[in-house]
Write a protein that binds this ligand. Structure first.
Ligand SMILES: O=C(CO)[C@@H](O)[C@H](O)COP(=O)(O)O
Length: 216
């Protein structure tokens, strides 16, 4: 069964506490928190103070996805704000190995994210060092986009790489995940489903989370 990680980007920020309570009562294991800087991606979302507050509402895993340039400037700050997993973009890092080691030295799990055009092959010299690979299945920056079908090939290729090395690295898929495509994403080899619009725009978000969890 996949881990379900609702993306709070699609939540109602005026009712953030209620949204967090709903997630706490649901089968979601991770809170997916999208940080955007308006430079790496053409949108600005939320940052440290919001994550700090969300952290006080939950004991679930806080999975922070940094869509920012020069993420090293903020590694400690996100640890302090309560991140359990800190994911950086391969396209935003100059010394990725150093960045990953720094994240892990602070006691967080390290994730590396790939934009849709970045081949999974680019992970071959870092894969053994990371806990999570976050494959973007849309171009990052906005919720509510359509899943890019080619991602299914990338998931299968990455699954092969991980299994060949007998690693426990998780494959997380982010963007355009729906009740219609979730089963094929999991069958291709994904471990974690990020879902924003599908969860928060549904009539019954808790039930939708359960459906995503049990769909495959
Ligand atoms: O990181 C991002 C977008 O950059 C994602 O987390 C989206 O927010 C997912 O939203 P949906 O496609 O599920 O609405």
């Amino acid at each position: 069964m996949p881990i379900v990680a609702p993306s709070l980007l699609a939540s109602n920020f005026l009712k953030l506490q209620e949204e967090c309570t709903m997630l706490n009562e649901s089968e979601a294991e991770w809170f997916h928190l999208d940080v955007m800087d308006g430079v790496f991606v053409p949108n600005i979302s939320f940052g440290l103070p919001v994550i700090e507050q969300i952290r006080t509402t939950t004991k679930k895993v806080c999975d922070v996805h940094l869509m920012i340039i020069q993420p090293d400037r903020y590694t400690e700050a996100f640890k302090k704000a309560g991140a359990d997993i800190l994911t950086v973009h391969i396209e935003a890092c100059t010394h990725l190995h150093r960045t990953v080691q720094h994240i892990k030295s602070l006691g967080m799990q390290a994730g590396v994210s790939l934009n849709p055009h970045t081949p999974v092959d680019s992970l071959k010299d870092i894969l053994d060092d990371i806990d999570v690979v976050l494959l973007m299945s849309v171009n990052p920056g906005f919720g509510g986009q359509s899943f890019i079908l080619h991602t299914l090939h990338k998931i299968k290729e990455l699954r092969r790489m991980i299994d060949e090395r007998a690693l426990n690295t998780k494959i997380e898929i982010d963007g355009g995940v729906t009740l219609e495509n979730a089963a094929s994403i999991v069958q291709a080899g994904a471990d974690v489903l990020v879902a924003g619009s599908t969860v928060f725009k549904s009539k019954d978000p808790k039930a939708t989370i359960s459906q995503l969890k049990h769909i495959a």
